[in-house]
Ligand binder design. Structure first.
Ligand code: SF4
Length: 308
């Protein structure tokens, strides 16, 4: 395989662990403050009833049993032997620290689990929770994953995120001050955002020097408020060629050290309304590689934080 023109997370994991490590998504039963603290409220415009697109999770099982089931699948598919427990759907810090500790310890206690990834919202990161996460950072391999989507407040309002950019920045800075690795989630193709706005998000991520990023394509799922708007013709999605160009632009502007954990979106096949081309994930990833190759550029090639 040709070396990537961007800083691929899976390569970092190989170097860190001396071999591949695979993420296993788990649902620990958390709710979300943006859904009234549970799972039933309206939430973000794009959020599906499963808590933002988590697929393949056996929700009825305990956390340890979910991980064991995931291990079996990964072993068969990839001969995998090391695993990261990824607390993915909903807001996985929305509980008192002692409850969080019991859940995280339960995951770390499963054989061959070598680290944790915890996804949450910026407004679910009070100091006592960040202190707890910092403790995990000291004793295991740990990532905090923070949903942001865009640095622009009008977009966050439109998405009904229930927090603004300042809220994200405060949580991010307090996490980084504790030494945590933070992976930020952003979305390209959001309603009301043109290329300049999307790339301003990239520039801001470069200024912050984020340790990791997940770049999602806006995809529309059935059963979401966004899905209803899409069916009424009020929301459009990107064509593949436009997404590939934008993703390449975004990558060029990131800091070269930032680890890219995701470069497209792959919503659940049975819920995906649009864009259907996103189901061909490898085609999209190959097209982004091809675009960077054609430009003769790479991650950080247009990083303003380095230029300035
Ligand atoms: S913060 Fe996450 S879980 Fe909560 S409503 Fe938004 S996308 Fe869904």
């Amino acid at each position: 395989m040709q070396p990537k023109r961007y800083n691929l997370f899976s390569e970092h994991l190989k170097q860190h662990f001396g071999g591949r490590a695979h993420k296993i998504s788990v649902d620990a039963g958390f709710g979300c403050p943006n859904r009234g603290g549970g799972r039933g409220g309206a939430g973000c415009l794009f959020c599906d009833p499963g808590g933002s697109g988590a697929v393949g999770i056996e929700r009825a099982l305990s956390v340890a049993a979910q991980i064991e089931a995931g291990k079996e699948v990964m072993r068969r598919k990839y001969k995998a032997s090391r695993f990261l427990a990824y607390f993915q759907p909903f807001s996985n810090t929305a509980a008192p620290p002692e409850q969080l500790r019991a859940l995280y310890d339960g995951a770390l206690g499963v054989e061959d689990v070598v680290g944790l990834c915890v996804g949450t919202r910026p407004d679910c990161c009070p100091p006592q929770v960040l202190d707890l996460l910092a403790d995990y950072h000291r004793r295991t391999y740990f990532w905090l994953e923070l949903g942001l989507q865009s640095v622009h407040d009008p977009t966050l309002d439109y998405l009904r995120r229930g927090h603004d950019y300042r809220c994200f920045l405060e949580a991010y800075e307090q996490a980084v001050a504790r030494g945590l690795r933070v992976c930020v989630h952003v979305i390209l193709g959001l309603p009301g955002e043109d290329r300049a706005r999307m790339l301003a998000t990239a520039d801001e991520m470069a200024r912050l020097g984020v340790a990791g990023i997940k770049i999602h394509l806006l995809h529309v799922l059935a059963g979401t408020p966004l899905g209803a708007l899409y069916e009424q013709g009020e929301v459009a999605v990107l064509e593949q060629e436009a997404y590939v160009r934008l993703a390449a632009d975004f990558i060029e502007r990131l800091h070269p050290r930032t680890l890219i954990q995701r470069l497209t979106g792959d919503g659940p096949r049975d819920l995906l309304l649009a864009p259907l081309w996103s189901l061909n994930k490898w085609e999209v990833l190959n097209a982004i590689d091809g675009e960077l190759e054609r430009r003769g550029t790479r991650q950080g090639g247009r990083c303003r934080a380095l230029a300035g």
